[in-house]
Design a protein around this ligand. Sequence first.
Ligand code: HEM
Length: 493
Amino acid sequence: MGFHKECELFHEHLTEALGEMWTDNDDWHTVDWSQHAIRFIGRMSASVFVGPQLARDTKWQELIVTSTMNTFMGVRSLRAWPAFLRPVVHWFLPELKKCRQQMRLARLMLQPIFDRRIRGKATSSKSHKTEKFNDTIEWLEEIAAGRPYDAAAAQIAFAISAMHTTSELLKQALLDICTDPGLIPAIRDEVDKAVRESGWSTTGVFKMQLLDSAVKETLRLKPGSLVNLERKALRDVVLPNGMTIPCGTNIAVDSSMMWDPTIYPNPSAYDAYRFLRLRQSGNTGASLASASPEHIAFGIGKPICPGRFFASNEVKIALATIMLTYDVRIPEGFDPKVVEMGFEMLSDPVAKLESASDIQLPPARLGRGQGPFPPPLAVGHVPKDTSYDYGRKSLTKQAAVAAMLFIGYGLGNIVGPQFFLENQTLQYTTGIRSVEACMAFNTFFLLCLYAYYILENKRRDRELGPASGQTYEAVDDLTDVTDRQIPGFRYTL
Ligand code: HEM
């Protein structure tokens, strides 16, 4: 799958999840950020790992969100036993029973997809048209090339490598961004411009460089772990400086260079612009997915995290989408804390946020069926520009205009979306043209109305003499008269 398609999928699935969980409530309300961040990443990752169908399945979402934690718990419970007993006790430990149960469920849920694809391939080979799938189910099939493998275990493994790390980063990144109120508008502007220019694509995501820097700064301050590159020496290793690491020793690289004041001035402060400045000064290691000896949150060298581009795009798209559609802030009195557990660094496990849907969405923020749809065919005009007080009287006119507006609005909302075609996702050329055409028609009809008012005023001056300045109050006893029956009435232009 090209990363372009991946970016679109991330955005599409997060938008759906936001609609379901954060809704379009435009009043400030508290959201369970700690839980929601995991669910958002689960949904976005699954759209690429197993395709849109399973990604939307709530049972699958539950499975991948909980499988990571269950596996960690399982490993922990097994470690309490001596190594020689583990091949036996694992059958009896409740945590590991749960893991096996989830594996069976994953197999059951994946099987219909395999069956459908096999049937689809058989049909398409007859018609010489091969249906292409772009997800890890398909990639694994291609790589396995007929060799047996456990597809369910592979998916759980994907979830374990991708879910916890990425959702931790998303969680902390948004909390950090919220601590600097000036940052949100700056990122929002950058994201808005990038999406307008390049859509939800890798190019668009590349252009979000302040956001990139902000997320990298979060990863510097709170990497997944206080140490990295954990290894076990399987034989005696002699280092170039002559030091020997005896066989069986567990070693790791301390992450503290990421907080070293000689490398990062004022290292404990969150400075969202830090890596942007470095990048602008030509430092090629300053982008989020790059690693350097001074920033090893994704590891370094040969075994560096292969999912770092995936994770970077995913977190940036999640933050960009949230920032374009919601206002977010940390609830008053809540001070999120990073928790250290062994080597692990966890963002606040009870982190809350307040969010409010931002209803003033520019077109770049909208996709088919999401957000408030601007009804292109429902443009109405209320003639308020007269010397007559339509606000209080003229009930027939008001009712007629309101009915026309209502019908126009309804029709616009039915007909308008039909112009936003699936195959034009993100460009929506026909949709945009239809909006432009409606605007042009609207302007034309307004000009006609304006010309009519001028001509009508002139006709009245000619036929009835100059306007008397008579106001509605002056003819209050004539409640039922129309403008035409009031000789002094003129349209205000
Ligand atoms: C913010 C998110 C992520 C962080 C901070 C992160 C970090 C890391 C780190 C530190 C390593 C170990 C490097 C080492 O010990 O040498 C690693 C390995 C790995 N990561 Fe990630 N990762 C993230 C997201 C992902 C995602 C989304 C995927 C999959 C799509 C992924 C797949 C892997 C795999 C397969 C390895 C093992 C590589 C190997 O052993 O050769 N990671 N990651």
